[in-house]
Structure formats: structure tokens, C-alpha cells
Design a binder for this molecule. Structure first.
Ligand SMILES: Cc1cc2nc3c(=O)[nH]c(=O)nc-3n(C[C@H](O)[C@H](O)[C@H](O)COP(=O)(O)O)c2cc1C
Length: 224
């Protein structure tokens, strides 16, 4: 038996804070789809570094380019302001070991804060954009703003799409798959998954991947 969840009502769930289902669709918690977590680096207007811990996203492309799609960039964030003004940003993947450092960049987040300093991250020069990388990241993607769309038309968030201009990947992370897809690799957000018997939202969890196996029968076959 399947539970049917309507887009129109969140009546089966309790908000953890007033307005939670306005800021987020209740489907966010009903579906609770894991999302990769990373830091977006940008520059503030006066040149100070800015970092944003970010989850909602996906990545893909074709021979015309590779794109980072970030469905929900809050209009109230410095990141949104910086991306719209400068047209560039960098996506930095750090392992879950850095979760507390990432949170520190949210706790101290003023216009006058150097957010690399508060997160104890080291700025590293990018190849194609002015915005620095996070040195501690095992992978950084330099992006140019390609698209900015307010999907819900509520003036709250934009889907920002970045054209990836350049990638830097830590040498030991491109030797096999173990590091990238284990505890030292991509970090994931499980955002307050709903517990339907009680209607409560659980705490947010941080996760990493466990590789279950490979599929040799798919070798050399295009997945289209
Ligand atoms: C686990 C986690 C994931 C987050 N994901 C996003 C996100 O996808 N989009 C967003 O706009 N804010 C997200 N945030 C909130 C931002 O990190 C936060 O608002 C930050 O202070 C924005 O920084 P800025 O104002 O310097 O851009 C997330 C926060 C946490 C803790």
C-alpha cells in the first residue's frame, strides 16, 4: 500500500517552526531526497570572501557544456546577491569532516565577515574566475552564471544554473572510487525527513555513500 501525498495540503505533518512549509514545500520533508552538500564561494561587493553551505542541486550536460543546477538559492542570501552582481561562483565539495566548519560560516555571516576565515578554510586561486576555491575541498567547479529563474514565482528563491568552466580535483581522489564515494568523499543532506506515524519531522542527518557494487554488464554501453 502507498501513501498518497497531495501538493495542496501539509495537514499530515507538523512544522518544526512557524512558516516552515512556506519557506520549504512540505514535499521537501515528505520525500526527503538526499542532496549532495557543498560550499559555494563568492566575493562580497568589497572583495571579502563569502561561503554558503548549500544542498539543493544536480549536475549534468552534453557536448555543449557541463552545468551545475542549484534549484533553491535564497534571494535573501549574500550568495544570491554576489552571483547576480558578478556572474560567477565556485562550488567546493568538502568531506563530512568539515561539517562544523561549514556551519560556522552560517553562524558568522555578516557583510563584514571573511567567511573563509570563520570556517578555517584556505582560499586558493581559481583558473577562470576571480572567486577563490576552498583549498580543503577535494573538488572545486568554477562556474559562470548561465540562468536565473524564480521557479515558484514567489520571490523567495532562484534556480541558478552555472556553466562549469573548470574543475580542480585532488589527485588522490581521482585514483579509483574509494575516496570519492566513501566517508571522505561526497557529503549528503537528509533534510528533516517526515515520520508519518507521528507527523513529526526528524532531525536533519548528514550522510555519505556506501558503494554496493559495480555493473559490468553496462560496460561500454551508452546509458541513453
Ligand atoms: C545543511 C544545509 C543546507 C543548506 N542548503 C541551502 C541551499 O541549498 N540553498 C540556500 O539558499 N541555503 C541553504 N542553506 C542555508 C545557507 O547555508 C545559509 O542561509 C547561509 O548563511 C547563506 O550564506 P550567505 O548569506 O553568505 O550566502 C543550507 C544550510 C544548511 C545547514
Amino acid at each position: 500500500m502507498k501513501r498518497e501525498i497531495s501538493m495542496d495540503t501539509a495537514e499530515l505533518l507538523y512544522e518544526n517552526w512557524t512558516g516552515q512549509f512556506d519557506t520549504f514545500s512540505h514535499m521537501e520533508f515528505a520525500c526527503a531526497i538526499p542532496q549532495s552538500l557543498f560550499l559555494i564561494s563568492t566575493l562580497k561587493e568589497d572583495g571579502l570572501t563569502n561561503l554558503c553551505f548549500h544542498s539543493w542541486s544536480c549536475f549534468g550536460g552534453d557536448e555543449g557544456g557541463y552545468f551545475a543546477v542549484m534549484q533553491n538559492v535564497s534571494h535573501t542570501s549574500h550568495t544570491y546577491e554576489n552571483i547576480v552582481r558578478d556572474g560567477e561562483f565556485c562550488i567546493n565539495f568538502v568531506s563530512a569532516d568539515y561539517y562544523p566548519n561549514c556551519i560556522a560560516t552560517i553562524v558568522e555571516n555578516s557583510n563584514t565577515t571573511d567567511e573563509f576565515a570563520v570556517g578555517h578554510f584556505t582560499p586558493e586561486k581559481s583558473r577562470r574566475i576571480r572567486v577563490p576555491h576552498v583549498k580543503e575541498a577535494f573538488m572545486s567547479l568554477e562556474c559562470q552564471l548561465a540562468c536565473n529563474v524564480d521557479l515558484s514565482r514567489k520571490g523567495l528563491n532562484s534556480m541558478i544554473i552555472g556553466r562549469v568552466l573548470h574543475a580542480s580535483i585532488e589527485e588522490k581522489y581521482i585514483e579509483g572510487v574509494d575516496l570519492r564515494y566513501g566517508k571522505q568523499g561526497f557529503m549528503f543532506n537528509i533534510h528533516e525527513p517526515a515520520d508519518y506515524p507521528t507527523g513529526r519531522l526528524e532531525d536533519t542527518h548528514v550522510a555519505a555513500l556506501e558503494v554496493l557494487g559495480s555493473y559490468p554488464e553496462m560496460k561500454n554501453k551508452p546509458m541513453v
